[in-house]
Design a protein around this ligand. Sequence first.
Ligand code: SDX
Length: 372
Amino acid sequence: TTTEPEIRKGLAGVYADYTAVSKVNAETNSLLYRGYPVQELAANCSFEQVAYLLWHGELPTATQLEELQHVERSFRSLDPEIKQVIDILPTSAHPMDVLRTAVSAIGALDPHADDSSVESNLAKSVQLLAQIPAVVAYDQRRRHGLDIIEPNDELSYAENFLYVTFGEVPDKVVVDAFNVSLILYAEHSFNASTFTARVITSTLSDLYSAVVGGIGALKGPLHGGANEAVMHIFDEIGTADKAADWLAGALAEKRKIMGFGHRVYKNGDSRVPTMKASLDTLVEYYQRPDLAELYDNLEEAMTGGKNIKPNLDYPSGPAYHLMGFDTPTFTPLFVAARITGWTAHIMEQLAANSLIRPLSAYNGVDERHLER
Ligand code: SDX
């Protein structure tokens, strides 16, 4: 008899390849981007500097940063054709579907879409970095019957994203919290959406196809969609005093509690303390101790219940809520950050490519033949 193949469901614990982009260490509960601890980058760098680091492997010099900012800022306006594509979609369309469609259209309109040279893919990566806020902001504003706001090239990436969404640059404490969230969301090794992008790239398909695939994977509530789901849970619970009872009911129904647990980190997500600290500054700034109490009560109940720790989506959801983003806009914000990690992995996959094609063990009906 043939030996039973060992199935690794969900590829859990399987090392599919090497990567030099980031190192996730569950034992030490740490995360390095090109060797730098993410906490140091979040405390000292702009998202633009981290984008450069992920793409090039080194932090930019002042000149290199100026060049990146110059190019990124020149692509911030929403192309009229892309605005037309978005306008075809109902305002009831999910923002992740709108963003997925817009990125697909950007690719279809790019005459260099199939040029997979490093230079061409770097240029596309910077252009997508600049265009995604334009799409996300326009989609949120049109849902509120508001006109598009033209970008401001004097502003940093984080400031401009908030400006084109809300019409003003908020106080530094809000900009800083947003910048921290983008850095923390930027990259995380072979997570489902990044691996999806690498699988698509491994067939030598184009960068836009890989990014559209990544958006599709990230949308799911078991992955990026969890930050939106956390806010829906908060709305379902209502007030902090109801958190423990709500959780008992949810766990009794075998529901997954979004914002908790992780495939790799088993004693807490390395990024949570940094994002929680930023959330605390926003709770203080917006005077929302009620939200902080609900957050703490649910976390406490979950620790007491199944002892499953929060992941990055848990503090990020309420933080984006306090900043004023619509709940369905939360995961597009994750895309705006993760476009840097995805494109760094796409370029790495191309550099040392091999087609990603695992095996399947057959457990269907035995061979049979047509009646003569
Ligand atoms: C992200 O991979 C990445 O790096 C992703 C990410 C990134 O930066 O790219 O970090 C971003 O996606 C964070 C995760 C966001 N997802 C959620 O918050 C969704 C809720 N989380 C769970 O669905 C779950 O924790 C996963 C999917 C994240 C991980 O699950 P695993 O590794 O497949 O583990 P599992 O589902 O088999 O859980 C093991 C046990 C199970 O209990 P039993 O069936 O064995 O009794 O723990 C339970 C699970 O039921 N469990 C949970 C739970 N997470 C695990 N039970 C309730 N709620 C949860 N959140």
